[in-house]
Design a protein around this ligand. Structure first.
Ligand SMILES: Cc1ncc(COP(=O)(O)O)c(C=O)c1O
Length: 375
């Protein structure tokens, strides 16, 4: 229930600038992260968006301008926009064919071949990445790591040296409208990130570059209300995931991302043998609306062309991208919806002959179309 929190905003007449609700939300998020093993010094710096949480992390790291940041080509454009916005150079890497992620192994290979000043792995579609291995990479190579974990709150751990940026955008598992958090076990890094979010102010003067990336009290109110129902939300997502897995496991021409836990992903993306655009069109015909998350990949966005080498050498990314398709995945789906989507998918991936849809219930198709994310 968000109303009691909103009443507190009204009563206190404190609307932003690190008010009591923002501080309470940060304390409670720190408590939650500690309860799942975050290092004891872990600090949460809330931000106005997930993108600004990455910006804050990049600013806090104080890398020299023009630093070279390794980032997977298979990600949401915000990862590269933040790098360029901070005055650095994105170096696009390939991903692991099973995890669809930039892994420590890939990063080590690139670091051995060329200068890399920061690694920015991405929790592709919400899949956590092994933070101990990233901490070890920093120990071995001296290269810091900032994880863009925008879709992975509740899934991604915090490292001893590896810091993490989360998004609380409405489309994410922990959605509050717009919001995010930079999280680090290094209190100095967290303090510098905080300064960045408040115009670079220290004792009333702008000590270094910053911006306004503060979370408002209204967003914190939604965040506190979301935290109350977080365990229930996770259970509901889990139910949807379990139902999907039952249908998708073993389906011909459909492969799931390798996942380190039994927990639900943030987004449900399948890798098809067939062309994803063709299948998406066939599904749309029967009322199943899909998304091509992270496609086009970063190297195909005009804004990033200046950073793309003539031969970007991204065989896995190039092979994956045309075959990745996001299925409806939200807590308002019931078992019949999921059975309908999976049945339609199974038919749509049969490329050789046009799919023969059984008398698709118009009612169900319309219901799927109009259902809204209830998380
Ligand atoms: C991988 C990744 N990075 C960054 C972002 C940006 O987060 P926000 O929309 O909260 O700014 C997103 C959001 O979709 C994302 O998926």
């Amino acid at each position: 229930m968000v109303a009691p929190y909103l009443e507190r905003v009204d009563t206190a007449r404190w609307y932003t600038n690190f008010g009591p609700l923002v501080r309470e939300l940060e304390d409670r998020l720190e408590g939650l992260l500690a309860s799942v093993g975050a290092p004891s010094e872990t600090r949460v710096v809330t931000c106005s968006t997930g993108t600004s949480a990455i910006d804050a992390g990049l600013a806090a790291l104080q890398l020299p301008p023009g630093s070279r940041v390794l980032v997977p080509a298979l990600t949401f454009p915000a990862s590269a926009l933040a790098i360029i916005g901070a005055g650095h150079v994105p170096v696009f890497s390939d991903v692991c064919p099973r995890r669809w992620q930039l892994t420590p192994k890939i990063a080590r290979r690139v670091i051995a071949e060329q200068r890399i000043d920061l690694v920015m792995p991405v929790t592709t579609y919400g899949r956590a990445t092994a933070v101990d291995e990233w901490d070890q990479l920093t120990i071995d190579t001296g290269v810091p790591v900032l994880i863009d974990a925008a879709p992975a709150f509740g899934e991604q751990s915090i490292g001893r040296t590896t810091s993490v940026a989360f998004s609380f955008h409405a489309t994410k598992p922990f959605g509050i409208g717009e919001g995010g958090a930079f999280v680090s076990a290094d209190p100095e890094l967290a303090a510098r990130a905080r300064i960045y979010t408040n115009f670079g102010f220290v004792d009333g003067v702008v000590e270094r570059f910053g911006t306004n990336a503060k979370l408002s009290e209204y967003h914190a109110a939604v965040g506190l209300a979301q935290l109350e129902r977080w365990p229930a939300l996770l259970r509901r997502r889990q139910r949807v995931w379990t139902a999907y897995r039952r249908h998708l496991r073993g389906m011909d021409g459909v492969q799931l991302q390798s996942w380190p836990t039994a927990r639900a992903p943030a987004l449900l993306i399948v890798r098809l043998v067939a062309d994803a655009a063709t299948v998406a069109a066939r599904l749309a015909d029967v009322g199943v609306h899909t998304r091509r998350w992270y496609v086009p990949t970063l190297v195909d966005h005009p804004a990033f062309a200046p950073y793309v080498p003539a031969d970007p050498k991204l065989p896995v990314t190039e092979h994956l991208a045309p075959h990745l398709l996001g299925l409806p995945f939200h807590t308002a789906l019931d078992d019949d919806d999921i059975a309908y989507v999976c049945d339609a998918l199974e038919r749509a991936v049969t490329i050789e002959e046009p799919p023969r849809f059984v008398a698709a219930s118009t009612e169900l198709a319309t219901a799927l179309h109009t259902k809204r994310v209830a998380s």
